[in-house]
Ligand binder design. Structure first.
Ligand SMILES: C[S@@+](CC[C@H](N)C(=O)[O-])C[C@H]1O[C@@H](n2cnc3c(N)ncnc32)[C@H](O)[C@@H]1O
Length: 273
């Protein structure tokens, strides 16, 4: 039986929901800790094999109705000034949300080795936190923002217009069936989109085709450090802002190696995590 409507309509007090989430997390941690290393490794390898046999992503439309097309105003009421719909960085713990957004964006610039003049694809751009920031600080760069939400595009276009940015274009499409221009980008930067994906091999082959020779992919993904698992119905949904039916809590070692992905494609890539 599905009890989502009780949660969705706000009948349960926050404290009860938090208790439920904590219980569920404790169960998960107990299962992980009580499993032998050998068993964990075996399960993970089975999971990796299963991912390779799955489509690139599932239920892509459900994620849109659950959060990406709920209306920009709803998200504006919750997010920081840059509308960053992903983790922020609090180096001292005293930062405001707006400062923490910028702290994280600065880290991306450093870790993804972004410099002015590059062609950069922000894959899974949300409301443009990354794309608008890169366009602002790199006036000679060409930024392409990509997501499957037309309300996100409308918001980013409006912001770019009001800031006078002409080096940013926004494309709306589903990464599953969209094919990017070949060898077009120096960098692909993807902030919390990979959680929506299942078959990384297909996704990274697609990204590889879009990168110029020597281009690099930077990925920010939230993961469990050892144990990947699929989203499960129930309070999992509330554990991360009602995350989504398509989601996966991966682990970094799920990414295929360069050799595995690069074989069938032209060009080279390097993953920066
Ligand atoms: C968690 S949000 C992160 C947004 C943004 N990178 C940020 O940090 O604010 C994930 C983004 O991926 C996009 N996305 C999810 N599934 C997608 C798909 N199948 N094709 C294209 N974009 C997708 C969503 O619309 C959203 O923009």
């Amino acid at each position: 039986m599905n009890y989502d409507w009780i949660l969705d309509r706000g009948y349960l007090p926050q404290v009860v929901i938090q208790y439920g989430i904590r219980r569920q997390l404790q169960d998960r941690i107990r299962t992980i800790h009580s499993t032998s290393l050998e068993e964990t490794y075996k399960t993970k390898m089975q999971y990796v094999k299963a991912l390779r046999e799955r489509p690139m992503a599932i239920e892509t439309k459900t994620a849109n109705t659950q959060h990406y097309e709920v209306g920009t105003g709803v998200l504006q009421a919750c997010l920081g000034p840059r509308m960053k719909y992903s983790c922020c960085l609090y180096p001292t713990g005293k930062e405001t949300l707006g400062q923490a957004e910028v702290e994280m964006l600065e880290q991306y610039v450093e870790r993804a080795q972004l410099v002015d003049g590059m062609k950069i694809l922000d894959l899974g751009c949300g409301w443009g936190s990354g794309a608008l920031y890169f366009a602002e600080i790199f006036p000679n760069a060409k930024i392409t923002a990509f997501s499957n939400s037309s309300t996100q595009k409308a918001y980013i276009d409006e912001q770019a217009n009001s800031k006078g940015l002409s080096n940013l274009k926004v494309i709306t499409g589903d990464v599953v069936d969209y094919e990017f221009e070949k060898e077009a980008f120096d960098r692909v930067v993807s902030i919390e989109l990979f959680e929506h994906m299942k078959n990384y091999e297909l996704l990274m082959a697609k990204i590889s085709r879009a990168l110029k020779p020597g281009g690099k992919l930077f990925v920010h993904i939230f993961t469990h450090k050892t144990t990947p698992y699929d989203f499960e119905e129930g309070l999992d949904e509330y554990a991360f802002l009602y995350w989504g039916y398509d989601a996966e809590y991966g682990s970094a070692t799920l990414f295929p190696t360069r050799a595995q992905v690069a074989r069938p494609v032209v060009g080279e890539w390097e993953a920066l995590c």
